[in-house]
Design a protein around this ligand. Structure first.
Ligand SMILES: C[S@@+](CC[C@H](N)C(=O)[O-])C[C@H]1O[C@@H](n2cnc3c(N)ncnc32)[C@H](O)[C@@H]1O
Length: 274
C-alpha cells in the first residue's frame, strides 16, 4: 500500500487549487530543488522588491491555467514559432539557458528535440514547480534539466551556448538591463520573442497593450503591466554585443528572432518571414 502523501504536500496541492485524490500519481521526486515547497521556502536569488508583483501575477496565472496537475499545456503559438526557428537544435546539441522559462513547456520541447541540457530560471515559484513536474513526467533527470527561482535581470548567470527570452522582455520595464544581463551568458545564440513594435502589428500592440495596462491599473493595481519595447533598440543592443540576426518570424502580433555571434541573416534567408 502506498504511503500517505505528507500533510505539507497535500496542503501545497490544495493551496494551488489542485485536486488531491490522484496526488500519489504525481512523482514526489523532482529533478531540481522544489523551490515552492512550503517546508523549504527561502529568499529568491537575486530578486528585488519590485519583482514581487511579477512573481505574484504569474503565480496566480499559472495556478489558474493548470487546474489539473496532469494537464501540461503545449507551447503557445509564438513559442512554437520560436522553436521552429531553432530547428537545427539536434545538430548543435547546445546547452540552453531559458530565462523566464515559465511552466517549462519550451525548455522540455527543446530537450526532446535535441538540446544537450537546459537550465530554466523564473521569478514565479508556482511556474517552476510545474516545470519540474513537466521534466519528471518527460523522464528527464537533473543531468539534462534544472529549474530554479531567480530574478534573471539581476542574478549572475553562467555561460550557455544559447540564451532564450521567450515572451519575457515584455514583462520587464527596463529592457536594456534585462537584455544586458542575459547577454553575459550567451556564448553563441540569443533568442527572443516580444510583441512586435513595428508596422501595423506595432500599432495594434501599442493600442491593445495600452488599453490592457489601463484596465489593470484601474481594476487591480497589483497585476503587473506589459511593455511593448522598441524591437529595433533591443536588436541594436545585440548587434553592439557582436550578434547578428540569423532568423526571424511572426505569429499573430508577436515577433521572434534568433541572433548568432558573428553570423548574418543572408546565411539562412528561407527561415525568415518578415
Ligand atoms: C509570459 S510568461 C512566458 C513564459 C515562457 N517563457 C513561455 O514562453 O511559455 C513570462 C515569464 O517571465 C517571467 N519573468 C518575468 N520577469 C522576470 C525576471 N526578471 N526574472 C525571472 N523571470 C521573469 C515570469 O515570471 C513569467 O513566468
Amino acid at each position: 500500500m502506498p504511503d500517505r502523501p505528507s500533510r505539507c504536500r497535500q496542503a501545497r496541492f490544495r493551496r494551488a487549487g489542485y485536486r488531491t485524490d490522484r496526488i500519489d500519481e504525481v512523482p514526489e521526486s523532482s529533478p531540481a530543488r522544489p523551490v515552492a515547497d512550503c517546508c523549504r521556502s527561502g529568499p529568491v536569488e537575486g530578486r528585488e522588491a519590485g519583482q514581487g508583483r511579477i512573481a505574484r501575477h504569474f503565480d496566480r496565472q499559472v495556478v489558474q491555467s493548470h487546474t489539473d496537475p496532469f494537464d501540461l499545456p503545449e507551447p503557445v503559438p509564438i513559442s512554437a514559432r520560436l522553436l521552429d526557428l531553432l530547428g537545427d537544435v539536434a545538430d548543435i546539441r547546445p546547452s540552453v539557458l531559458d530565462l523566464g522559462c515559465g511552466d517549462g513547456a519550451g525548455a522540455i520541447r527543446l530537450l526532446q528535440t535535441g538540446a544537450g541540457s537546459v537550465n530554466g530560471l523564473d521569478l514565479s515559484p508556482a511556474s517552476i514547480e510545474i516545470a519540474q513536474r513537466r521534466a519528471v513526467s518527460a523522464g528527464l533527470g537533473t543531468e539534462r534539466v534544472r529549474f530554479a527561482v531567480a530574478d534573471v535581470a539581476s542574478v549572475s548567470l553562467q555561460p550557455h551556448d544559447w540564451v532564450l527570452l521567450d515572451r519575457v522582455i515584455c514583462c520587464y520595464g527596463d529592457a536594456d538591463r534585462l537584455v544586458g544581463n542575459a547577454l553575459t551568458a550567451a556564448l553563441r545564440r540569443f533568442v527572443f520573442s516580444v510583441p512586435a513594435s513595428r508596422g501595423w502589428r506595432g500599432v495594434l500592440n501599442a493600442i491593445g497593450w495600452g488599453i490592457e495596462n489601463l484596465w489593470k491599473a484601474i481594476v487591480n493595481p497589483d497585476r503587473c503591466r506589459g511593455y511593448v519595447h522598441d524591437v529595433k533598440s533591443i536588436e541594436q543592443h545585440l548587434e553592439a554585443a557582436g550578434f547578428r540576426k540569423l532568423r526571424t518570424g511572426h505569429r499573430g502580433l508577436w515577433y521572434a528572432a534568433v541572433f548568432e555571434r558573428g553570423t548574418s541573416l543572408t546565411e539562412d534567408p528561407a527561415a525568415t518571414d518578415d
